[in-house]
Design a protein around this ligand. Structure first.
Ligand code: FES
Length: 647
């Protein structure tokens, strides 16, 4: 793979052929002024090729004479298959100590890939719905047993299936189906959660259809619902879709949804709209994968406690009232149609159990999907979104807690906050002398706003560069026009009006930073309180699973700089993405997981942080960058002292 060396910093990164040069610089922690997100319009990202060559990068923003000298726009250039040396034009007076103050290289977490092959090797790839081809003896005068008995007896005698139950809906269809292909049929069996319990015969189809066995995995998020269509023979995801939860118009968070459900007719309405979103996703993925609805035999569902209760049309009223009691933690096996899902009437619905009102099935699904319930290694699991859930433990014990982080990580409460979509600022660096920014946006287009991971990086970079202090306040004396006061609020202009897509300056205000500090403070203090409750410290944690919408892009070092994550070795961190969806998918691939999940749920000891005396103390101490006690962040402390010896 080609190497790119940046001068005068003398930093080298290895990148893939075709990598955008501006992104390569960000990867290396090298600053290049860039304020249009990489769209090619601001003309600020000029670089000079010293050795080798780049693809593209020519622009009318660069004179013909300079083009001939080797000047290019970094954001429009891509790396070829050969090494290249690039010079960043910087102030001639720049000295080495300033170069050292540039951002550290990006450190994103390793991404977890579920190992379905090993499931197969361990004999655990046994989906909860199984199809068996049968050639039943035809009835005769000597053998005129009832159709259902014929089916059950054959399965018992020839396939060692016991305690079988045939649903009434199937008995209604059975006589015709059996005779359609002369008693050659495929039976679909829904396995019990616990061995020895009843197996349900849920479907019988004429002929051999054993090559068609599908299921749906679904994460019912407060904001977004995701569904996957899964082939239960290969384990592959055939189609995938996400959509905003239709309940959003009834409130952004679970508390406002519960309040909406308490109004007359509210529960029915909320059930109806969430089901409508789910049905839209089901229809889309079934169509996208080109499978017959009749061949979808199960749906596995994971959501937080409120989302689960609203979907099941169970009043969530007591979830928001002390002592915060959910209606049930475990749900019986259900039929998808009885929940309003537009699947065939045989399809089984498997709903993830939960631990408490605020540690729901989505977190249990994450614990199961990540595999932390099977490991000896002491693990910290964090799912970060509007609410943050934290689990500590391993195969022998687990403690969990939830805290409300607020919507900052999803762009809420941030003046130009937005979800991680095209045009969102996702990465940031700052010139340590001029305080000019380098912005990268999703899709390399002009910026529209800033997403959660962009916000974390921006605040971390500004803090390390001394642009904001540990209380999140801008240094008013830096002498850059980008820091200004508007209507009594101080802000930094990330992009000027003519560089954006929204025809307005995009700014980061001190109020935005305050909201971020509160959000990260809640998560950090939740984590520290839980560790304290179980008598441990960060040093005891052997691995960290990070889940949530923003995780794959989050720069771990930056998340530690602002004190969102405890300071730890980034190599210990694995990003598992949408953990709830991962767990839902695992549940349809291995029935063993469904057997284990009830015990795991019982093993998870829930701590109510609001009832834990030290939580507030931890929270107040965490309302700084990174924390009032810098000794909890020794690496950062050393870096800050060496880059700002007088601070
Ligand atoms: Fe390259 Fe604006 S022109 S970042």
């Amino acid at each position: 793979m080609p190497k790119v060396t940046f001068l005068p910093h003398d930093k080298t990164v290895t990148v893939s052929e075709g990598e955008n040069l501006l992104r390569a610089a960000m990867e290396a922690g090298v600053h290049i002024n860039a304020s249009c997100g990489g769209d090619g319009v601001c003309g600020k990202c000029r670089i000079l090729i010293e050795e080798g060559h780049l693809e593209g990068g020519l622009s009318d923003r660069i004179s013909a004479e300079d083009q001939a000298k080797g000047y290019r726009l970094a954001c429009q250039s891509t790396v070829t298959d050969t090494d290249v040396v690039i010079r960043i034009p910087v102030e001639s007076s720049i000295d080495v100590s300033v170069l050292k103050r540039q951002a550290a290289p990006r450190r994103t977490a390793r991404i977890h890939q579920p190992d379905f092959e090993s499931l197969r090797e361990q004999g655990l790839f046994v989906p909860p719905v199984e199809e068996i081809y049968l050639e039943l003896p035809e009835p005769s005068a000597a053998d005129n047993q009832a159709d259902a008995s014929r089916l059950v007896n054959f399965l018992t005698l020839n396939h060692d299936e016991h305690r079988l139950v045939v649903r009434l809906s199937l008995i209604r269809k059975l006589p015709d189906v059996l005779r359609e292909d002369n008693f050659r049929v495929t039976a679909t069996l829904a396995r019990p959660v616990q061995p020895g319990r009843k197996t349900h015969v849920i479907k019988v189809q004429p002929g051999d259809t054993t090559d068609r066995n599908y299921a749906i995995a679904m994460d019912i998020g407060t904001t977004t619902i995701y569904g996957q269509l899964i082939d239960l023979i290969s384990g592959e995801v055939l189609a995938e879709k996400g959509d905003f939860n239709g309940q959003i118009s009834y409130g952004e968070d679970v508390i406002t949804r519960i309040m909406a459900a308490e109004k007359p007719g509210g529960l029915d309405k909320l059930h109806e709209v969430v089901t409508a979103t789910m049905n839209k996703i089901i229809a889309a993925i079934v169509k996208q994968a080109g499978v017959r609805l009749d061949d979808v035999n199960a749906i596995s569902l994971a959501g937080n406690t409120t989302m689960t209760q609203l979907f099941l049309k169970v009043n969530p009223r007591y979830i928001r009232r002390s002592p915060y009691v959910p209606a049930s933690n475990i749900y019986p096996p259900l039929q998808a149609v009885e929940l309003g899902l537009e699947l065939e009437d045989h399809a089984a619905a498997l709903v993830y159990p939960q631990v408490s009102s605020y540690v729901g099935g989505d977190i249990v699904a994450g614990v199961m999907g990540s595999g932390m319930y099977r490991t000896d290694r002491l693990t910290l699991f964090m799912d970060i979104g509007t609410n943050a859930e934290i689990v500590i433990g391993n195969k022998d014990w687990m403690a969990c807690a939830a805290c409300s982080a607020g919507p900052a990580f999803e762009g809420g409460g941030i003046e130009f906050g937005m979800r991680a979509a095209r045009g969102a600022i996702e990465d940031f660096s700052i010139d340590p002398l001029t305080y000019e920014p380098m912005l990268l946006t999703i899709g390399s287009v002009r910026p529209k706003g800033i997403c959660g991971s962009g916000l974390i990086t921006t605040v971390a970079v500004m803090f390390e560069a001394g642009v904001i202090n540990n209380q999140g306040k801008f240094d008013r004396e830096l002498g850059t026009e980008r820091i200004r006061e508007r209507e009594g609020v101080w802000e930094y202009v990330l992009a000027w009006q003519d560089e954006t897509q929204i025809d307005r300056d995009i700014v980061l205000t001190e109020i935005d930073i305050e909201n971020l500090i509160r959000a990260k403070g809640a998560i950090y203090s939740g984590c520290m309180t839980l560790l304290e409750e179980v008598g441990m410290g960060m040093g005891d944690i052997e691995q960290i699973y990070l889940a949530g919408g923003f995780g794959s892009y989050v720069d771990l070092e930056k998340a530690m700089i602002i004190g969102l994550l405890p300071e730890t070795d980034p190599d210990k961190v694995t990003y598992i993405g949408n953990a709830s969806l991962l767990g839902a998918r695992m549940a349809v691939l291995t029935n063993r997981l469904r057997q284990d999940v009830v015990n795991v749920t019982r093993m998870m000891t829930n701590f109510e942080l609001s009832e834990t005396a030290s939580y507030m103390d931890h929270y107040v101490a965490a309302l700084f960058l990174p924390h009032t006690d810098l000794n909890q962040f020794p690496k950062l402390k050393t870096r800050l002292l060496s880059s700002r010896p007088n601070s």
